[in-house]
Ligand binder design. Sequence first.
Ligand SMILES: [Zn+2]
Length: 463
Amino acid sequence: MRVYNTLTNRIEEFKEIKKGMIGFYTCGPTVYDYAHIGNFRSYIAEDLIKRYFLYKGYKAIHVMNITDIDDKTIKKADRLGVSLNQVTEEYIKATMNDIDTLNILKANHYPRATEHIDEMLSLVEKLEENGYAYRKDNSIYFSIAKFADYGQLANISKENLKMGVSVDTDEYEKEDAQDFVLWKGRKEGERFFWSSEKFGEGRPGWHLECSAMSMKYLGEHFDIHMGGVDNIFPHHENEIAQSQCSTGKKYVNYWLHVQHLIVDNEKMSKSLGNFYTLRDLLEKGYDPMAIRYLLISTHYRKLLNFTFDGLEQAIQSLKRIYDFIFTLKGLKPVDGETGEITGLIEQSELKFQEQMESDFNISGALGVLFDFIHETNLKQGELKTGDINNILDFIDRINSVLGVIKKEEEGVLAIEIEEKIEQRARARQEKNFQLADAIRDELKVKGIVLIDTPEGTRWKHEK
Ligand SMILES: [Zn+2]
């Protein structure tokens, strides 16, 4: 499997630390608002990659942090005059619901920053012991001059490092690489703080949480760390510094970063009126699986331009897959199996893997799927029972990676339709055409069209 590693700036052969296992960390949401489709672009790209590893038989331990304390969450709680929990609980719940709606596989752990303050403090302690941290005013800072590899991930030249200039904000520009805050001393009037015997009252810097929580659940050295490209600097650069300087070991082997999402060729922003959360799109009546399809269908390292035309196209592509499955299930084939179909499945699956293993080339992989659907449709008349089962199993395996067909929904729907079709056939046999027509109309309302053929009734989704 070949993946592009931001750390080395090149495509590398993937090799896991422990055979058959991957430790997988993805930067999670800051829970002060609903997650937007740009966030979900990252989560879904990460999900696709994780699913491919699972499809290949790897076991994965996936950790996604929840940032429930930082400048933004505090600002909102202060503005509303409520506790931090009152702000964060609502958005944690909403994000988890959205993750489910988009068929993103659950992580094994969703650690919250506020529940890992002790782990973060002991990390600061270690950094101080090892000589990488210093105190200034009430806060503790990391000295980037002490870490020779600082800037490696973000490709920052040493001349751009501002040694000895310390900032206590969490976000700053690459041109201003400088000493960053580990523990922010409590300022007057601040409502949210923890007390540390050693470092006094304060709260952790944002970067610290991902180092502390990833190493707690995945160990000091693990396989894959993902996030959006905007996380590369300063967030991930700082994570590497904190982790490696506290343990003396390499932190992460492969850093994978997901490109931005833009809307109608512009940066998504509330002021431009092109800012969408998942619930905004669902309110407009869009199928979450079409949204997922659209978000996976651009390679994760390419800029994704979200448009409503694109979403319509995603709906059409998805319908082709659904129709294919529904048509297959409606066939009344003879028993047996044709070698030709078995061969086609084997070839297609190899091609699918080849594409995915070339740094997750999703367009190529989807192309293989649609070629397969096209070729199989041409042979519809020759398919036997065994072929159909083999094809459906194959689609299942592909879907275990793509995740664009939610199993339970499809299952219920298919069974329901089959029953109605049988009822209608009985009604027609009994010359009860009124009932037969009523059933046809009932299905039509649900977007299902019946096609009567000499071999029986088939059905498909209305275009
Ligand atoms: Zn992070």
